[in-house]
Write a protein that binds this ligand. Structure first.
Ligand SMILES: CC(C)(COP(=O)(O)OP(=O)(O)OC[C@H]1O[C@@H](n2cnc3c(N)ncnc32)[C@H](O)[C@@H]1OP(=O)(O)O)[C@@H](O)C(=O)NCCC(=O)NCCS
Length: 163
């Protein structure tokens, strides 16, 4: 049985592992290896995640996890970026568990939380060329709004949907 819940300190290690694995599996062919490892070392260390599983705020609703037999198999979270606009900041499923509906369950839980904060539209940034992420968001009703340049000249795509 897969359970979706707000993460606590017992999930920190599992979140770090899933996010690091999913980042490597997804961006290995898009980003230079050094840049990819820089991102993982910045955002997905147990130390940083431990700080991010605390009490939710409007700006960061905390991590949500998909847990099966005490193992984290997916993680994600987001926050409000305006009065009625929210964003999904991270969403990762264990590479060997993709396309089983886990990402959909996670985004549903995060969306319900953001609606409680008053969100009517939801944004997501996805790396151009991320063929593991883009079809998922398009299937969930997100529509392309434009491109944005990131560090080192990489391009990300801004998607939005009504929620
Ligand atoms: C994106 C991600 C979180 C989605 O989670 P998931 O558990 O694999 O997704 P689900 O099984 O819930 O849903 C898959 C949906 O995407 C659709 N989909 C997936 N791959 C597809 C493809 N190649 N073409 C068309 N549709 C596709 C499926 O049809 C399904 O939609 P449906 O339920 O309406 O049929 C997950 O795949 C992942 O971690 N990817 C790598 C990391 C990543 O890119 N994260 C996003 C960074 S912004």
């Amino acid at each position: 049985m897969i359970e979706i819940k707000r993460a606590d300190s017992t999930h920190v290690q599992g979140i770090a592992e899933v996010c690091a694995q999913a980042n490597r599996a997804t961006y290995g062919e898009i980003y230079a290896k050094e840049y990819l490892e820089e991102i993982i070392a910045k955002y997905y260390t147990p130390e940083r995640i431990a700080e991010e599983v605390g009490s939710p705020t409007r700006a960061w609703g905390g991590y949500w996890v998909a847990v099966e037999k005490d193992r984290v198999i997916g993680a994600g979270g987001g926050g409000m970026i305006g009065d009625a606009e929210s964003e999904i900041f991270a969403l990762y499923v264990s590479p060997d568990r993709r396309n089983e509906g886990i990402g959909s369950l996670l985004i549903e839980a995060i969306t319900a939380q953001q609606k409680e904060f008053g969100a009517a539209a939801q944004w997501i940034s996805v790396q151009k060329g991320n063929h593991k992420g883009i079809p998922f968001y398009e299937a969930r009703g997100f529509e392309l709004q434009g491109e944005e340049e990131e560090e080192h000249g990489y391009l990300s795509l801004r998607y939005k949907r009504v929620i």
